[in-house]
Design a protein around this ligand. Structure first.
Ligand code: SF4
Ligand code: SF4
Length: 286
């Protein structure tokens, strides 16, 4: 990475998974960065949304004594933690006491022994684009040190055209387009979608779009319009990206949103056929 030593970069890291089969093609390590600027009703990782404010509420609920409050900070003892998830489910601030500030080298060193067994790295979140400098350092270093390609799993709120080194070095982007209509997008996520749609076009034209995803929640947005318009952008940009159409599932979702409606399989297939009829090369329903 130009002009900056990578160990000057610290990232707010929610979690590192050495191995995953569901975060891109093949077996991949996944780095989840903390912090997100969207508030999606169907968020499956709500604890990655906000910084820990060290309120201390979770400390007394840890059954393993792995947390303590010291000098206004929550300290997490990894050796005691049983990964029971109590702290995360009890946190009233959409956070986790297990978030760490790590350098690029610390992240890559923690994955070193798994590298012979993985096909690549995926960086997710939270929203990883909010830490664009750290993300760039991680992507470039994974490539330089280990010839490891990185996929970036993003909500598209960051203007990636301002980060050409990141775009050039990444293997590709996995972009969520949650709704085509701006008002519906705001209702679903609390945020506008102008930048998301600009990124869709930009990354598709750059040949860097690996996958677009739309989560389908019946009645919450016009899924037919979203799939049709996204498909038209992919085809007009000659993108080879696949379109993944995802059924809303309540697992991991905050309690107040777990009863959102789930789509029928027939409706998902109808959307997939629409994308195919528009000319999208590969469409999957999950
Ligand atoms: S993780 Fe949540 S409950 Fe625990 S100290 Fe941080 S903000 Fe408070
Ligand atoms: S997951 Fe949280 S509550 Fe459970 S043992 Fe670890 S630190 Fe304690």
């Amino acid at each position: 990475m130009k002009n900056l030593h990578i160990d000057e970069l610290a990232g707010s890291v929610a979690k590192i998974l050495p191995s995953s089969a569901v975060d891109g093609p093949g077996n991949r390590s996944v780095v989840f960065l903390q912090g997100c600027d969207f508030d999606c009703k169907y968020c499956h990782n709500p604890e990655t949304r906000k910084p820990c404010i060290a309120c201390g509420f979770c400390v007394s609920h840890c059954p393993a004594g792995a947390l303590k409050l010291s000098d206004g900070q929550v300290l997490w003892d990894r050796s005691r933690c049983t990964d029971c998830g109590t702290c995360i489910s009890r946190c009233p601030h959409s956070s986790s006491p297990k978030v760490q500030q790590l350098s690029v080298s610390e992240v890559l060193d923690s994955l070193k022994r798994y590298i012979p067994f993985i096909r690549g790295l995926t960086v997710s979140g939270g929203e990883c684009g909010l830490q664009a400098a750290f993300l760039t350092g991680l992507v470039c270093s994974a490539q330089e040190r280990y010839q490891l390609g990185t996929l970036i799993d993003t909500n598209g709120s960051t203007d990636y055209s301002l980060f050409p080194e990141l775009v050039e070095s990444a293997e590709g982007f996995m972009l969520d387009v949650k709704a085509w209509d701006g008002t519906e997008h705001k209702e679903l996520t609390g945020a506008p979608n102008g930048m998301v749609l600009r990124n869709l076009d930009y990354l598709a034209r750059e040949g860097k779009l690996f996958e677009v995803r739309t989560v389908v929640v019946p009645g919450f947005f016009d899924a037919v319009q979203t799939v049709r318009e996204v498909s038209r952008v992919l085809v007009s940009c000659r993108s080879q990206a696949r379109y993944k159409i995802i059924a809303f599932r309540p697992q991991g979702v905050r309690p107040q949103f777990r009863s959102l409606p789930q789509p029928e399989r027939a409706f998902l297939e109808q959307l997939a056929n629409l994308a195919r009829s528009e000319g999208v090369r590969e469409v999957v329903v999950v």
